[in-house]
Design a protein. Structure first.
Length: 241
């Protein structure tokens, strides 16, 4: 894989049986790459934009630019398939405070698309100090897509590491708290990480003991997913490759 194609973060779409169909990622230089399951090479979307995070939602790919002022929405069309930009969501006010260090995540959660804003202490990128949650309110006959603030995850639990965010139903996972964000802060100079928990409904944050690691790669959350042979239309030809 060429250097410019190394993914910094990734997402994938699934069929109704939760098998992966398309994988997309943001590269180190802010570009978008993607491929369908069974493809032998990555494809790149050519653009001057630099993106920070992305997620699939309702058969569309949402990608937020690095400064956080807009989300571009793409559809996959044509044959051979290509990504086409067809809509943009602009923040009515800057969704990132210029005085704070921050990171942005897009994640599909309980049928909604969420934008998670993670704030760091202004003197360091090592210490998370809080989160804001916004939801993409999809357009209707009278209004376009827009971002709205929310104060609940509707029973979901989020897991956040350096670049990725995952959502799981908290009520089905023993030992997890609903409407909580579990996150990892990394201290690269000391090869240590600290687990933190943010209570969305109360806006409170607390931390757990440091995790020591000896590898150059810090800990990440891993959500087990298994692809099975699928007879749906999305995979009708993939299993023949």
């Amino acid at each position: 894989m060429p250097g410019n194609y190394i993914p910094l973060t990734f997402t994938f779409s699934t069929c109704p049986k939760l098998n992966p169909i398309i994988i997309a990622g943001v590269t180190l230089v802010g570009g978008i790459i993607w491929c369908k399951v069974g493809d032998k090479t990555w494809k790149a979307y050519e653009s001057k934009e630099e993106y920070g995070n992305l997620a699939f939602h309702n058969d569309k790919l949402y990608a937020i630019n690095r400064d956080g002022y807009k989300i571009n929405i793409f559809q996959l069309r044509d044959e051979p398939p290509k990504l086409h930009l067809f809509e943009t969501i602009y923040a009515s006010i800057p969704i990132v405070s210029p005085s704070n260090a921050f990171k942005l995540y897009l994640v599909e959660s309980n049928g909604n698309l969420l934008l998670v804003k993670r704030y760091y202490h202004h003197l360091t990128w090592h210490t998370t100090i809080g989160f804001d949650i916004l939801k993409v309110q999809e357009k209707n006959c009278s209004s376009p897509d827009q971002l709205v603030n929310v104060d609940s995850l509707e029973g979901q639990t989020l897991f956040i590491c350096e670049y990725n965010c995952e959502s799981v139903p908290g009520k089905h996972c023993q030992g997890l708290e609903q409407d909580h964000i579990y996150f990892i802060d990394h201290y690269n100079d000391a090869l240590k990480s600290k687990l933190g928990v943010f209570m969305v409904n109360m806006g409170r944050l607390f931390r757990k003991p440091l995790i020591n690691y000896s590898n150059v790669y810090p800990p990440i959350w891993v959500m087990a997913r298994f692809a099975f042979k699928c007879d749906c239309k999305c995979h009708s030809t993939m299993w023949e490759l």
